[in-house]
Write a protein that binds this ligand. Structure first.
Ligand code: CUA
Length: 335
């Protein structure tokens, strides 16, 4: 009898399922929908917690062992069909509601609208390279516009393609309630609905080495017109960029560990005024910093370790020759 009741209870409940998702206007913004989902989980958890804790505390006072004379066995209870149905049906319904609700939001978040603006982000130890293939690519397929640690996007839906050059990183944008691993050799993606212009922090959410905590970036949302202007001026500037200017842009990737201001105390040595000067190494030898040495220090940094610093730098063996030369040109300007 009890099973039949339970069966019909579940069937009638299942028929109401389609209306359990989230209202379409909330679902339009996955960040909002996740927030709604979080609230639902929170309320249900609090109710369950109170349902357990209040009787627990109440009973522990009511049935406290007072005198040994009260040490007698209680009444023998065989079972209670009504109660058993209730405590099977209610949790089942709760789990189904949460599952349907969460799936609805998750499904929305994985479907990027067709008209979304696409950007490509490459993680590395320790920063993010932002590429804008929709603004044009060169003959090697590389984006003409690139930025470091600042992702500029137009207002509206944005598809962010993610990958990594070295180890696993994770692209985490709390404001858009989204996070996805960046995996070497594979492209993953996230969907952000960039509704309001503004600046939103990005974190690396996967421990990836000594400067993981410095692996920070920003999403900057611009109104569509402003974005267009920014993109066209960047495209023009890229065409006229000197190697020194390109190097100054690329060097931002190194500033997690190095600096260009000459201050002591970084994970790696300061890069200011090193070109043409003598440097001492851990093994007691020394050399003058020239182009060959700088190139080796980028491609194979552990070949020579500067005295007083750890061998902490990852090799950038896959960095294009032109980028290495641009960085060296820039370093020469740091007197
Ligand atoms: Cu990259 Cu942590």
């Amino acid at each position: 009898m009890g099973r039949v009741v339970l069966f019909f209870l579940l069937i009638s409940f299942a028929m109401t399922l389609p209306s359990l998702g989230i209202a379409e206007e909330i679902l339009e913004d996955p960040a909002k929908a996740w927030e709604r989902g979080y609230q639902l989980w929170l309320y249900i958890s609090v109710v369950i917690w109170l349902t357990v804790m209040i009787p627990l505390i109440w009973f522990s006072f009511k049935y406290k062992r007072k005198k040994p004379t009260r040490d007698v066995d209680g009444e023998y209870i065989k079972g209670n069909a009504g109660l058993e149905i209730l405590w099977t049906a209610i949790p089942t319904i709760i789990v189904i509601v949460l599952a349907v609700q969460t799936w609805t939001v998750f499904d929305k978040l994985r479907r990027v609208p067709e008209d979304a603006y696409t950007v490509k982000v490459e993680g590395y130890q320790f920063g993010f390279d932002m590429n804008y293939p929709e603004e044009g690519t060169d003959d090697k397929g590389d984006s003409i516009i690139k930025t470091t640690n600042e992702l500029i996007v137009p207002q509206g839906p944005v598809r962010v393609m993610l990958t990594s050059r070295d180890v696993i990183h994770s692209f985490y944008v709390p404001h858009f309630k989204t996070k996805e691993d960046m995996i070497p050799g594979r492209w993953t993606y996230i969907y952000m609905l960039a509704k309001d212009p503004g600046t939103y922090p990005v974190y690396c959410a996967e421990y990836c080495g000594a400067s993981h905590s410095l692996m920070l970036a920003k999403v900057i949302v611009k109104p569509k017109e402003d974005f267009k202007q920014w993109a066209s001026s960047k495209t023009k500037a890229a065409a006229m960029q000197t190697p020194e200017q390109r190097g100054a842009e690329l060097i931002k990737a190194c500033l997690g560990c190095h600096n260009v201001t000459g201050e002591p105390g970084g994970i790696g040595p300061s890069l200011k005024g090193i070109v043409g000067h003598q440097t001492e190494f851990e093994d007691g030898t020394s050399a003058v910093v020239d182009e060959a040495y700088l190139k080796e220090s980028i491609v194979n940094p552990n070949a020579k370790i500067v005295k007083g610093y750890p061998a902490a730098m990852p090799p950038y063996a896959s960095m294009p020759e032109s980028d290495i030369n641009a960085i060296i040109s820039y370093l020469k300007t740091l007197k």
